[in-house]
Design a protein around this ligand. Structure first.
Ligand SMILES: Cc1ncc(COP(=O)(O)O)c(C=O)c1O
Length: 393
């Protein structure tokens, strides 16, 4: 149903005048096409045959034995491109095509959204530019190379800390000057209206599938659904399948960075105050004067000072809980999942797993937790290696 992008008092579109008609055009196009039978059929075909949906729900037996309760992994890491991001880029890419746009731009942090956009640019034959901060270009260089192989131009962003916030700043600036033929394929469930609504819609397949798979596999709903939160798209995608199931706890895990207590982190919902960034009112990490704080996290995809507006409302209403996992625990669980299951999790997804480890010995062994394994860790191997050098056998 059409609405003006408010989740309680959060959201909205606080953007330069020039972008207002463009966002309205996008909103109109979304509501015109998202239930259009041809659009729906085309997206369903691509989701299945290009991206690899449905993704499996896997019982992680040895990891479960380690934490002392049942853990199932929703394997978004197995999708084409290695993360949940392709759900959104297929949907928005198709929307761009239906709108007659010929060029795509996107921001990226970990490179997963950039890669997923570059893939779709190649698929639809659209010129693609990806904005990426210099810090992220260095730490996620494998994805930079992959984007270029798919024919995208990667534009390095020098400002700020060289992370996701700065990439969004430059992408928005570029879009303001190229609105006629360029579609901004936004990567998370944040930013100005209508993006939080659009991105949630295209990611909600995760929650719908998981709920059904859970009933088929386990014969009941899970006790908790856990997902990492950067801008919030993989979490909102899986949470939305369980909103009405009041006994299912929804837990979002943010980046506690090097030290939550010393303020070196990116845990927006845990430690932020309400403010406005990138066109939306939301929780925001800011200093006493309201200037946006610098963030810090071992995972580029969570290294962002704001968050999607719907998560802010879910926090305030208590429907979802938000916690943070610190870098050292995230690196530990990266190794643990690799050793117990032979699955390398993305450092982003490892935050959700780290929360489960913190529950070890504290909850009933019959409990069932589902973790959204939002991406695979191949892109993070060199980061982990830097922090945890492997010993020669
Ligand atoms: C694998 C993976 N998971 C999670 C995220 C965080 O984004 P979001 O909160 O939108 O799911 C990213 C972002 O790059 C990612 O690459």
């Amino acid at each position: 149903m059409k609405h003006r992008g408010r989740f309680g008092d959060y959201g909205g579109f606080y953007v330069p005048e020039v972008l207002i008609p463009v966002l309205e055009e996008l909103e109109d196009a979304f509501y015109r096409f998202y239930e259009d039978p041809q659009f729906v059929a085309e997206l369903a075909d691509l989701s299945k045959n290009y991206a690899g949906r449905p993704s499996p729900l896997y019982y992680a037996k040895r990891f479960s034995e380690h934490v002392g309760f049942n853990v199932y992994l929703k394997r978004e890491d197995l999708l084409h491109g290695g993360a949940h991001k392709v759900n959104n880029t297929l949907g928005q890419g198709l929307l761009a095509k239906y709108m007659g746009k010929t060029k795509l731009i996107a921001e990226t942090g970990a490179g997963q959204h950039g890669l997923a956009t570059a893939m779709i640019g190649a698929l639809f034959g659209m010129e693609t530019k990806i904005f990426m901060g210099f810090t992220d270009i260095e730490r996620q260089s494998v994805n930079v190379h992959k984007m270029k192989l798919c024919g995208a131009q990667v534009i390095g962003v020098e400002g700020g800390t060289g992370t996701l916030k700065d990439a969004i700043n430059d992408a928005l600036r570029y879009w303001t000057a190229h609105v006629t033929d360029t579609f901004y394929l936004f990567g998370s469930a944040c930013g100005p209206h209508p993006y939080p609504t659009i991105v949630k819609h295209f990611q909600s397949c995760i929650g719908k599938e998981t709920r059904q798979q859970c009933i088929e596999r386990i014969g009941r709903l899970p006790d908790m659904v856990v997902a990492c939160v950067g801008g919030g798209s993989n979490a909102i995608g899986i949470f939305s399948g369980f909103y009405d199931d009041k006994n299912v706890r929804l837990i979002g895990v943010e980046a506690g960075g090097r030290s939550l207590s010393e303020g070196k982190h990116a845990a927006t919902l845990v430690a932020g105050r309400v403010g406005i960034l990138h066109g939306a009112k939301a929780y925001l990490l800011q200093d006493a004067e309201g200037q946006v704080d610098e963030t810090e996290s071992v995972s580029a995809g969570l290294d962002y000072p704001a968050v999607g507006p719907e998560h802010c409302l879910l926090k305030d209403t208590g429907r979802a809980e938000y916690v943070a996992a610190e870098d050292e625990d995230v690196l530990d669980v990266f190794e643990l999942l690799s050793k117990t299951e032979g699955i390398l999790p993305a450092l982003e997804s490892a935050h959700a797993l780290a929360y489960l480890v913190s529950l070890k010995g504290k909850i009933d062994p019959q409990q069932v937790a589902i973790v959204n394994l939002s991406g695979r860790g191949d892109k993070d191997v060199s980061i982990v290696e830097k922090h945890r050098p492997l010993m020669n056998d």
